[in-house]
Ligand binder design. Structure first.
Ligand SMILES: *[C@@H]1O[C@H](CO)[C@@H](O)[C@H](O)[C@H]1NC(C)=O
Ligand SMILES: *[C@@H]1O[C@H](CO)[C@@H](O)[C@H](O)[C@H]1NC(C)=O
Ligand SMILES: *[C@@H]1O[C@H](CO)[C@@H](O)[C@H](O)[C@H]1NC(C)=O
Length: 125
């Protein structure tokens, strides 16, 4: 009985980890990314404002905000911005050195939402 309960708890924990950072019974705020979008071209070293739809923000946003770089369906550990105000609707990021290719960005509030794929011109491989 104990083992069964423990297994259920463990699986539950794993499920949460796989899904996304904290998902609890509060407002889930997942604003759609507006920029960058399909057709956007960035160059390593440039600064750009990532923007998202900040209409209808919940009253309290409890999670830390993060923007990560994504390649295909893989979230890289590259952090473009963190600790900014999700209500602002934009945050300035510096484009990192990457091998030229298609990327997207993931905006994390309570959960994550990502941009279209777009091109970053970095180092040619
Ligand atoms: C994620 O963003 C897309 C538009 O980019 C939007 O249609 C979708 O509703 C968003 N997902 C959530 C869970 O808000
Ligand atoms: C980002 O937006 C802010 C506020 O509008 C502006 O001051 C800043 O110059 C913008 N940065 C870039 C790289 O466009
Ligand atoms: C990026 O994606 C576009 C459209 O799928 C493709 O035509 C292009 O070759 C890709 N660029 C690179 C550098 O992978």
């Amino acid at each position: 009985m104990f083992t069964k309960t423990l297994a259920a708890v463990t699986l539950g924990a794993l499920g949460m980890t796989a899904a996304a950072p904290t998902r609890e019974a509060r407002d889930v705020y997942v604003p759609p990314v507006l920029y960058p979008h399909a057709g956007t071209v960035w160059f390593s070293g440039q600064k750009h404002n990532v923007t998202w739809d900040n209409s209808n923000p919940p009253k309290s946003i409890s999670n830390g905000a993060f923007i990560l770089l994504r390649t295909g369906t893989f979230e890289t550990p590259v952090v473009l911005a963190h600790g900014f105000d999700l209500r602002a609707g934009r945050v300035e990021v510096t484009v990192p050195e990457v091998i030229t290719g298609n990327f997207s960005i993931v905006l994390f509030g309570d959960s994550g939402n990502w941009s279209d794929d777009f091109l970053i011109n970095g180092v040619d491989f």
